[in-house]
Design a protein around this ligand. Structure first.
Ligand code: 3PG
Length: 213
């Protein structure tokens, strides 16, 4: 997949809902009810981080949930890309962007939302054809004012800011012309996942899905 086609697919995914839940799931038994709860709340695009031993099983399970579009986050190596693709991930997300990761995603036909933190990184990815990027870690990098400032000289790139984004500050990003959606873990808090409070998670997702853009 070319970077241009990856960007077209990433843009479409980012436009499906204002928030992409960032999920750290330790128990594959939670995968289906969690995905159902988020989809029911209006958040169909789900990022499962490859940070737990169960993550690939979680992707496999979530991929069976109707209405969900499951991707893999925390892609760090070409093997992560291959494993994610084999598990059924429909897109990938990485905290940064290296040639190895970009090459692997292009070779494996996995649309990638590659992470950047600076104008130079955004420019380098733009040179390669990636016009949809993740701004990470968003709050620590200056938050919405920083992303807005990057948008002035580089309006060709659209972003999904992630990292420190919450219900409280999401609007600061979503109101920017260069922001398509935000990523965040607040819609699936650990305590609610562990206690199986799926209705509570649906309520958080419903709230997030109504954020204006
Ligand atoms: C992460 O790295 O876990 C994501 O950026 C999500 O960050 P958050 O927990 O601050 O939403």
């Amino acid at each position: 997949m070319t970077p241009e086609n990856a960007s077209i697919k990433s843009r479409a995914l980012c436009l499906m809902a204002p928030v992409i839940p960032v999920l750290v799931v330790n128990d594959a038994a939670h995968a289906v009810p969690l995905a159902r709860a988020l989809v029911a709340g209006g958040l169909p695009v789900l990022e499962v981080t490859l940070r737990t031993a169960a993550a690939l099983d979680v992707i496999r399970e979530m991929a069976t949930v109707a209405g969900g579009i499951v991707g893999a986050g925390t892609l760090l190596t070409p093997k992560d890309v291959e494993d994610a693709k084999a598990a059924g991930a429909l897109f990938g997300v990485s905290p940064g962007a290296t040639d190895l990761i970009l090459d692997a995603c292009e070779a494996n036909d996995l649309p990638l939302l590659p992470g950047v933190a600076t104008a130079s990184e955004a420019m380098r990815l733009l040179e390669r054809g990636y016009t949809v990027q993740k701004f990470f870690p968003a709050e620590a990098n200056g938050g919405a004012p920083a992303l807005k400032a990057i948008g002035s000289p580089i309006p060709q790139v659209s972003f999904c800011p992630t990292g420190g984004v919450t219900l409280t500050n999401a609007n600061d990003y979503l109101s920017l012309s260069n922001t398509l959606c935000v990523g965040g873990s607040w819609v699936a808090p650990k305590d609610k996942v562990l206690s199986g409070d799926w209705d509570g998670i649906t309520a958080l997702a419903a709230q997030a899905s109504q954020l204006p853009r």
